[in-house]
Design a protein around this ligand. Structure first.
Ligand code: SF4
Length: 231
């Protein structure tokens, strides 16, 4: 199937329309990836109003803050959608990072650690999908400034469509939507963390600066690889 030739131009369309197209075209072969950031919660809520059967998946790297892990049940309870919790392959962890829960791989090689705990598990999920929905926004930082609404990606030799319905939203619009719909959010955002990832690689940051400045602080790295190493 050629995704390229069949995709409409959805640039400038409303997020709800983008999701409606995605759910109509791909049905149960579409799912939302989320780490329970504010944008992801908005996308899950919007999608759930169109199709309560929409699925989401969350990567449990083994290094999340308790507040993030609690979001799984909070969002499930509030939205009533299925959220799959995906973990790294145990054999791969044993082979590449045998220290397990006391691993220091993140201190030695963040790319290897993210590859093991985020990129490979995501590839496993994407093998069963034709559309991968995200909460990416262009205003989240330079690495995301050129994100299109729809893009064709290749994962393990298969093409799939990556759908980014909120690319044109800004941080203020996302928070306004969250509050207007009384949606749950990670309480760490109230404690100085504009963006929340794994605890070894997340620091508080200025509320009005680069949203992802607290991620891998002190390193050139700004992305775990999900959005740069797949496709
Ligand atoms: S964010 Fe840090 S702890 Fe989490 S997978 Fe990447 S390197 Fe490992």
């Amino acid at each position: 199937m050629s995704f390229h030739s069949e995709l409409p131009d959805l640039e400038g369309k409303d997020a709800r329309d983008i999701l409606a197209f995605t759910l109509d075209r791909f049905g149960s072969r579409a799912a939302i990836s989320t780490a329970f950031g504010p944008s992801g919660v908005v996308v899950m809520h919007l999608a759930s109003t169109l199709d309560p059967g929409i699925r989401a998946f969350f990567l449990d790297t083994g290094f999340h803050f308790p507040e993030t892990l609690e979001m799984v049940d909070r969002v499930r309870d509030r939205l009533g959608i299925t959220i799959d919790v995906v973990r790294p392959d145990a054999d791969a962890v044993a082979a590449l990072d045998p220290e397990g829960a006391s691993s220091r791989l993140h201190a030695r090689d963040t790319d290897a650690c993210c590859g093991l705990r985020k990129v490979e598990p995501t590839r496993r999920v994407l093998a069963g999908l034709d559309a991968w929905i995200t909460g990416l926004r262009r205003d989240q930082g330079p690495s995301r400034a050129a994100t299109p609404v729809l893009e064709v990606k290749e994962s393990d030799g298969r093409a799939l469509v990556k759908v980014n319905p909120l690319v044109a939203w800004d941080r203020k619009a996302v928070w306004a939507y969250l509050f207007a719909h009384d949606l749950p959010y990670n309480p760490l955002h109230d404690r100085g963390y504009p963006s929340v990832g794994c605890w070894p690689c997340t620091r508080p940051a200025a509320a009005d600066g680069d949203e992802r400045a607290g991620r891998w602080a002190g390193e050139a790295k700004t992305e775990c690889g999900l959005h740069t190493r797949i496709g």
